[in-house]
Design a protein around this ligand. Structure first.
Ligand code: ARG
Ligand code: GLU
Length: 667
């Protein structure tokens, strides 16, 4: 009964105007959202989220390793992020004798915490709008240089919001001594593997633990044994009270890239051409790799990371196409565009009458270039045309050789078959003609790369690829080849979004718009929420340890759990982490919520209405990934690991209760 009511409420929410849904808000402007956040269950203030005068929540959030998010959970610099964000570090410390990926890692003392060269975290010191200063003639470079000089380890950048309608300076404090403290075995941290990736119901303990070290003055310092644990201005209290469906949640992190304002034509290109092409080509690559992995345990390990990387976006794009298509986003955007033309005319705004036509025309012009760029990225540019002597000698490489050769053949074949929108690379075309087929040409180049790496044919092909790329960059007028953009598209989008904002301002709704994600710090808020997965199939938002046991299968690599977890489940000795769910004694594992997130939000703190940590974000559901283009409240859900499962694993699997003693637990 309760659930029916909730479903009805959710359906009612879905009927609200699109502007009120989703959102990745700039922390310094969060004041404009606070009323709505409080109506939804947030109990704190805008100053608690972001303040430059006193410690605030932003001081407990970091950009982790340049592409993930992490959060501080102790006064001694202890940090949580995802297992998949710490993966590189964990892998680098692993060897056959100390296989931390497989068995997990638990530093038993501060001295046992492992330094990681090249790994850094960044705190946001402050952000401020500099649009006017730049308009008045200051350069972004000068603004950045001045900000960097403000403190030890300071980094800064000026970032564009709304296609350059606004510019913001971001000042960061960067710490370079970040040590690995703990990681669960992959059978927990990556439980479900690629099978469950982007999928709900989920049972992954996707977390790892690091510690930030600083110089004796608490300032950033290069790695040194003399460094001491960093004392952060703020850390999050960890709530063991747990979450229930409908509870307010907030995510504070670094979303990487969204494209909310793109043209309907671009959405159609993504759904009908770009994503399907990339999915098809990757299916071929994954088939080759998976067959090799199935044939040989050494190859399974050797290709594990590569397979995971290729499969991640491959699966995401499939969900994105499904979501965008089923929810009719291209059509919705086309209607928005018509309304834009009507409303700007009615409002008497000048300069917008031909804008959309110009955008469409420019996109039609750049489409073949953009398509060819994407094709190159998925084919010839995935190949290595040079191997080190050591790699060639490497006994393992001999076993990889047939796999690598097949990947060459596949890439050459796909480029040959699909390069129809621009003239194919001349050297490539000649090579195919000379050898008879693309595959024969692939074989030849592959052999040369191994046996005669200085051969002119390799160089000719490499130069050809570079030249085609140069031609594409030239036609697009920009080196940042993403989001189907060009320098001209960017200018036109800037005008388009300026118009959208003016119209919103007329309605008093300017505050409902937010700039696309660009790896700057953002706040998203929503609620713990299930959703209707299919007709008559409602997905509840919480999973438990019992679900892990139900999936457990030693014969399936992705579902083979550690014996310790089986034992724990058998005895039900969950200690203080136990809860009752449907009358069962168990521990929560993952939950779903309606926060607007994207890549980069991995590892982000999921906070309750009191600003306490209740989970760590790590994924979205499959079709949710449409939210990079349009957030649909009916289906878009982020996936978090419940903090109580993290605590259970640290405590009962890792035997690392001393880490929990450092945290501030609240109920
Ligand atoms: N889908 C998540 C993300 O985009 C998790 C990826 C890592 N996990 C995996 N099974 N490959 O990063
Ligand atoms: N797993 C993603 C990441 O690494 C987050 C999932 C998403 O795209 O929402 O950032």
């Amino acid at each position: 009964m309760k659930r029916t009511l909730l479903t009805l409420l959710l359906l009612a929410a879905a009927a609200l105007p699109a502007a009120a849904d989703g959102g990745m808000w700039l922390p310094s402007l969060i004041g404009t959202r606070i009323k709505e956040m409080r109506a939804k269950g947030f109990r704190l203030t805008a100053e608690d989220i972001y303040s430059i005068n006193r410690a605030s929540m932003k001081d407990a959030v970091v950009l982790f390793d340049g592409g993930c998010t992490g959060e501080l959970v102790s006064a001694e610099g202890l940090l949580l992020t995802n297992h998949h964000c710490g993966y590189d570090a964990i892998q680098r410390h692993s060897s056959v004798e100390h296989d931390y990926l497989t068995h997990g890692f638990w530093a038993r003392s501060r001295a046992g915490e492992l330094p990681n060269e090249g790994l850094n975290v960044r705190f946001l010191v402050r952000m401020e709008e500099v649009t006017d200063r730049i308009a008045a003639g200051e350069t972004a470079d000068a603004i950045v240089a001045a900000a960097c000089a403000e403190g030890t380890g300071y980094k800064a950048s000026v970032e564009q919001m709304y296609y350059g309608n606004q510019q913001f300076l971001f000042v960061y404090e960067q710490f370079d001594d970040v040590r690995l403290v703990a990681a669960p075995p992959s059978s927990i941290g990556k439980f479900g593997g690629d099978t469950d990736n982007w999928i709900w119901p989920r049972h992954t303990g996707d977390f790892s633990v690091f510690r930030i070290y600083a110089g004796p003055d608490n300032k950033p310092a290069a790695y040194s044994p003399q460094n001491v644990p960093y004392r952060p201005k703020r850390h999050f209290a960890v709530s063991t009270r747990g979450v229930r469906e409908g509870d307010f949640t907030m995510i504070y992190g670094f979303p990487g890239n969204t494209q909310q304002y793109i043209l309907s034509d671009v959405v159609r290109y993504i759904c009908e051409t770009s994503d399907p092409m990339k999915i098809d080509i990757r299916t071929g690559r994954l088939d080759i790799i998976a067959a090799a992995q199935a044939s040989d345990p050494a190859l399974r390990i050797r290709y594990a990371a590569r397979h995971a990387r290729i499969a991640n976006a491959w699966k995401k794009w499939q969900g994105e196409v499904l979501g965008l298509t089923r929810r009719g986003i291209a059509g919705r955007k086309a209607r928005d565009e018509e309304r834009f033309v009507r409303e700007t005319a009615a409002a008497g705004f000048e300069g917008y009458d031909t804008l959309l036509a110009e955008l469409k025309e420019e996109f039609a012009r750049i489409r073949p270039y953009y398509y060819t760029h994407e094709l190159l990225s998925e084919t010839l540019r995935t190949l290595r045309f040079a191997y080190s002597d050591a790699e060639r000698r490497d006994a393992l490489f001999a076993r990889c050789e047939p796999v690598e050769r097949d990947l060459y053949r596949q890439a050459f074949r796909e480029y040959d078959a699909r390069c129809t929108e621009l003239e194919p690379i001349a050297a490539f075309r000649e090579g195919v003609a000379r050898c008879g087929t693309a595959e024969a040409y692939a074989d030849r180049i592959f052999r040369l790369v191994l046996d005669d790496p200085a051969h002119a044919e390799i160089e000719a092909l490499r130069k050809g690829i570079a030249a085609q790329l140069d031609a594409i960059v030239g036609a697009l007028g920009t080196r940042s080849l993403r989001n189907c953009n060009s320098a001209r598209m960017n200018e036109l989008y800037a005008r388009y979004v300026a118009g959208i904002r003016r119209l919103a301002a007329l309605r008093g709704e300017e505050g409902d718009l937010f700039p696309d994600a660009n790896l700057t710090l953002r706040v998203a808020y929503g609620a713990v929420a299930g959703y209707e997965y299919a007709d008559g199939e409602y997905h509840r938002p919480l999973t438990t340890v019992d679900g892990i046991i139900a999936k457990d299968n030693p014969a399936i690599y992705d579902y083979d759990i550690p014996q310790a977890l089986r034992d724990l489940h058998a005895t039900k000795e969950y200690g203080r982490w136990a809860v009752e769910v449907d009358g069962r004694r168990t521990v929560p594992v993952c939950f779903l919520a309606s926060n607007h997130t994207t890549g980069g939000n991995s590892g982000s703190p999921v906070l309750n209405g009191r600003g306490e940590l209740v989970g760590i974000n790590f994924d979205r559901t499959w079709r949710s990934t449409m939210s990079d283009i349009a957030f649909d409240p009916a289906i878009c859900r982020n996936i978090a690991v419940d903090i109580r499962y993290v605590l259970l694993v640290i405590d009962r699997i890792g035997g690392a209760g001393y880490l929990i003693d450092e945290m501030t637990l609240v109920r």
